[in-house]
Design a binder for this molecule. Structure first.
Ligand code: SF4
Length: 215
C-alpha cells in the first residue's frame, strides 16, 4: 500500500483550532482543483512513492503528537484512509485538510477534518461538495479563504445557513488571502456582522517567507 508524497516536514500549524502548535505535515501529491491563489503548485506532480509504514516512521521520527495530512488534495489517493488509520492507531492526533470537493466520509471520523469551502474568487466554487456539511461531526472544522467582499458575503451566507440548520461543527475559520485582502478589513467585516467565526492569518507566512516550502 503506497501513496505519492510531496513532502513531510515539521512546522507550525496555521489554519485550524490547533493554530500555533507544532505539527508534522504529510503533504500528499496531486490536486483536482486549480485555485487562482494556490500557493502549493509544487504539490500538483506525482511526488515520491512511499509505503504507509515509511510515512508513519518518518512522521513518528519528529516525536510530535499532532500530524496533519494535507496536499494537494489528500482524499484523491486511494490509500489515504489507510494512512489516517495507521496514524490514529499509534495514538497520534490526526488532522486532514481537504479542499471540500470530495466525500470526507472516506476517512475515519476519529480524525479531525478541516474542510475548505471554496469562495468565488478561487475560481473553484462550483466544485464544493455541500453534502459534506451533513457528514461533519463535532470534531470537524470549516475554513473559508477570502480574497474580497464577494467572497466574504458568500462565506457569511453559508455560515448563517449552517447556524440556521444547526450543524454540529467544531469551528468555522475565515482567513484572508495573503497579500490580497487586508486582515484589518476582514476583521472589521466580521465584527460589523457579529459573526461567530474565528479569524486567522496563514501564520507560517507571517513567521517565514511567504513562498517558503517545508515550514
Ligand atoms: S485545493 Fe489547495 S492545492 Fe489544490 S489548487 Fe486549491 S489551494 Fe492549491
Amino acid at each position: 500500500m503506497t501513496l505519492d508524497v510531496c513532502e513531510i516536514f515539521y512546522g507550525i500549524q496555521g489554519e485550524s483550532t490547533y493554530q500555533g502548535m507544532p505539527c508534522v505535515f504529510v503533504r500528499l501529491s496531486g490536486c483536482n482543483l486549480r485555485c487562482r491563489w494556490c500557493d502549493t503548485h509544487y504539490a500538483y506532480g506525482k511526488g515520491l512513492t512511499m509505503s504507509i509504514q515509511e510515512i508513519v516512521n518518518k512522521a513518528g521520527d519528529f516525536g510530535c503528537p499532532i500530524v496533519e495530512i494535507t496536499g494537494g488534495e489528500p482524499l484523491l489517493q486511494a490509500q489515504t484512509p489507510a494512512l489516517v488509520n495507521a496514524l490514529l492507531d499509534i495514538g497520534l492526533l490526526v488532522l486532514v485538510e481537504t479542499n471540500g470537493s470530495m466525500d470526507i466520509s472516506r476517512v475515519d471520523s476519529r480524525c479531525i477534518r478541516i474542510v475548505d469551502i471554496k469562495c468565488p474568487s478561487s475560481g473553484m466554487a462550483d466544485h464544493n461538495d455541500f453534502n459534506n456539511f451533513a457528514r461533519m461531526t463535532k470534531n470537524d472544522e470549516l475554513k473559508f479563504v477570502i480574497a474580497d467582499r464577494q467572497d466574504y458575503e458568500f462565506a457569511r451566507q453559508r455560515v448563517r445557513l449552517l447556524e440556521f440548520e444547526g450543524y454540529g461543527i467544531n469551528a468555522i475559520h475565515f482567513s484572508p488571502v495573503f497579500g490580497e485582502l487586508d486582515p484589518k478589513t476582514l476583521a472589521e467585516w466580521i465584527l460589523q456582522d457579529r459573526l461567530e467565526v474565528r479569524m486567522h492569518l496563514q501564520i507560517h507566512k507571517v513567521i517565514w517567507d511567504k513562498d517558503a516550502r517545508g515550514v
